[in-house]
Ligand binder design. Structure first.
Ligand code: PLP
Length: 361
């Protein structure tokens, strides 16, 4: 079997060892005589997987006491609704930084629930930079300040965090969770869709400081209320069993490779390789974003013309390098190099980039 090199932005590359383990255990999970995906989520067999995934997440991310980890359906997009519904309260307000397509979507949903103060809007600059975190001051009475740690489409990433005092910092980490250490205690709530660094789609992870669970209005329906899930250890209803199982295996593998130290070194090397290839191309490849905040997960780049971009993507696909077309809203090229992308995969891309530039300059 020959596997392609997967640069898709999400769903995205998973470790082949994890896919093989899922395949091997799919029909008869650990000699139980059943697949895990046809076993009750109230069974001891599933319980072990579920609780181990929570334990590994806590350990790898360094989640302190006083936080709950929730596994929810509906992807990260569901959190665009659940966060304002639970945290803002009737007649409340919150602060937003609108740094790209994803922050804007979250912001637009929050506006349907309460008043939103936009502290930074990068639309005019084409979402190519971020504000200085020290310049962000929460508004009076704000329920929380929302950031998107990594803009998957624009290719920009926060490198430092604002100090928000008593106002909880809320962050969408969908496209860079577990890619670098994060001071979890600085955040009131962190959320992420699983389908980039953690596993298959259909699962969102929410890490919430326990005092914030008190804020949810009693009028909320059961599923939308964080308290429902926190009280039930994310087993109020049937959880997304398959993505949680796959995520547990991904986390197990990260731990066995050396945890966050391994992840940081591995990701640094890949991002450096790719940005060096862009910068060393004599201007053939060009990063359209502020170098101070360029993303280590989604590397966006342009070529001299759109025709060349189309040829580049076509030829790369022909060589088994998949998913490098930039998002339809911005064009260009994008290589997503999440945790499970190998260094060899990025090296193969840089070799191709050099060769392509040589032929087309
Ligand atoms: C930063 C960010 N937030 C939110 C989402 C939406 O996630 P989901 O499709 O799981 O709802 C995405 C999806 O790619 C994303 O990249």
């Amino acid at each position: 079997m020959s596997r392609s090199i997967n640069f898709y932005a999400g769903p995205s590359v998973l470790p082949v060892e994890v896919l093989e383990e899922l395949r091997d255990q799919m029909v008869d999970f650990k000699d139980s005589g059943l697949s895990l995906v046809e076993t009750s989520h109230r069974s001891g067999i599933y319980d072990d997987v579920h609780n181990r995934a929570i334990e590994l997440m806590k350990e790898l991310l360094g989640v302190p006491e006083g936080y709950s980890i929730l596994f929810l359906g509906g992807g990260a997009t569901m959190q665009f609704s659940m966060i304002p519904l639970n945290l803002m309260g009737d007649g409340g307000s919150c602060d937003f930084t609108v740094t790209g397509t994803w922050a804007k979507k979250a912001c637009d949903d929050a506006k349907k629930v309460g008043k939103v103060n936009v502290l930074f809007d990068g639309a005019e600059g084409g979402y190519s930079t971020l504000p200085d975190p020290a310049s962000l001051k929460p508004s009076a009475g704000s329920s929380y300040l929302h950031l998107t740690s990594n803009e998957t489409i624009g290719g920009i990433q926060w490198k430092n965090w604002p100090d928000t005092g008593d106002v909880p910092l809320v962050c969408d980490m969908s496209s860079d969770i577990l890619s670098r250490p994060v001071p979890v205690d600085k955040f009131g709530l962190i959320y992420a869709g699983a389908q980039k660094n953690l596993g298959p789609s259909g699962l969102a992870i929410v890490i919430i400081r326990d005092d914030l669970l008190e804020r949810s209005p009693a009028s909320l329906t059961a599923y939308l209320n964080y308290g429902t899930h926190a009280k039930a250890n994310s087993l109020y209803n049937t959880p997304p069993v398959f993505p949680i199982w796959a995520m547990q295996l991904v986390l197990e593998r990260v731990k066995s490779l050396g945890g966050m130290d391994y992840v940081v070194a591995h990701n640094r090397k890949k991002a450096d390789l790719l940005y060096t290839a862009i910068e060393g191309s004599g201007g053939f490849y060009r990063s359209p974003v502020d170098p101070e905040v360029r993303s280590d997960m989604n590397v966006v780049f342009r070529l001299p013309t759109e025709d060349l971009e189309a040829s580049f993507i076509k030829e790369a696909t022909g060589k088994g390098m998949m998913g490098m077309k930039g998002h339809r809203s911005v064009g260009g090229c994008r290589a997503s190099i999440y945790n499970s992308m190998t260094i060899e995969g990025v090296e193969a891309l840089t070799v191709f980039m050099k060769e392509f530039a040589g032929r087309n300059s």
